[in-house]
Write a protein that binds this ligand. Structure first.
Ligand code: KPL
Length: 311
């Protein structure tokens, strides 16, 4: 199978390496020049959970014109703010009428963008509990195993979803077909709302969200606002509570959240697809979101500082 991975950050690289080792044709496309150059020079190295180093030769480039074949699957793993530009770089000759697009990105708005750009029926979406962190160009650390859930964005499951799940399983990763992937994406969104910005702003690890009383209160306030927005939007999250956020914070206690890592590296974050998306939707649905607005503005302030530093 020809698998084009757009976005070779930690997670995109992890999946690319797993598929490459399972014998699929993988091509990694990313704008990070040093990472791509290192992969081209000496392969992609994953530091496995037991400390072993696994290096796999993988085709990679910063330039979409180098993609040598038509993709059967495009796995979209870029940061949410880069989805539009990444899709725009794809050309007719990289795709075929049956090419599937799968987003496992954080936040909301990614599958919507894919479905608005390509045929909606070809769009799959999902959430993953795999963990990975970028170590240095060409090297990514596998942080933890967890299931990946995939479903058709238009709802339900079909042969294409099952084929994708089998692809994951063949590559040694747990995966399941999901009949209501939109609800799963919103549940993951709630977790990211309760953990990411607060950890990014304070420098704490995920576990402290549950164990430090002020962080816990702030997290709860942000999640309750977001649950009110979800309810107004008709997203069925009745079986989800803030306790689920604390449970995941504890399960990933030693991790720095993805937004925490972005801020640590003075990079732009995915705030606009997470807390910011809730603020925007709250405005439309007339649900107040002062806590999420404050978290969003604080992260925007940091991003403005980072931008000034690189100007
Ligand atoms: O998805 C995550 C992220 O960091 O983006 C969590 C679940 C918070 C794990 O770190």
């Amino acid at each position: 199978m020809n698998i084009l991975v757009i976005g070779a950050g930690a997670m995109g690289s992890l999946f690319g390496s797993r598929f490459g080792r399972a014998g699929e044709n993988v091509f990694l496309l990313d704008i990070h020049r040093e990472h791509i150059a290192a992969i081209r020079r000496k392969g992609l190295t994953i530091i496995e959970l037991d400390g072993r180093l696994e290096t796999t030769p993988i085709e990679a480039s910063t330039n979409a014109s180098d993609i040598p074949w038509r993709a059967d699957l495009v796995l979209v793993m870029v940061k949410s703010y880069a989805t539009g530009a990444a899709l725009a770089s794809l050309q007719e000759r990289h795709l075929q009428p049956s090419t599937l697009f799968l987003t496992l990105q954080n936040g909301i708005g990614n599958a919507e963008l894919l479905a608005g750009t390509f045929e909606a029926a070809l769009v799959l979406a999902g959430v993953t509990a795999q963990g990975a962190t970028f170590v240095e160009p060409g090297v990514v650390r596998h942080g933890g195993n967890g299931p990946t859930h995939v479903g058709a964005w238009s709802g339900g499951t079909d042969e294409r979803v099952y084929r994708t799940v089998r692809l994951w399983n063949k590559a040694g990763m747990e995966a399941h077909a999901a009949s209501d992937v939109q609800t799963l994406i919103w549940k993951k969104l709630m977790v990211n709302i309760g953990i990411n910005a607060i950890t990014a702003l304070t420098g704490i690890r995920n576990g402290a969200i549950a164990s430090l009383a002020p962080a816990r209160r702030l997290s709860e306030a942000a999640v309750l606002e977001a649950l009110a927005v979800a309810q107004a939007a008709g997203i069925p999250l009745n079986d989800f509570s803030v306790e689920d956020v604390f449970r995941i914070a504890q399960a990933t206690a030693a991790n720095r959240s993805s937004m925490g890592q972005d801020v640590d590296h003075r990079r732009r974050t995915e705030i606009d697809a997470i807390n910011g998306a809730i603020v925007r939707l709250g405005e439309v649905l007339q649900v107040p979101t002062p806590v999420n607005r404050t978290l969003t503005e604080l992260i925007h302030t940091l991003e403005a500082v980072f931008e000034e530093e690189t100007a």
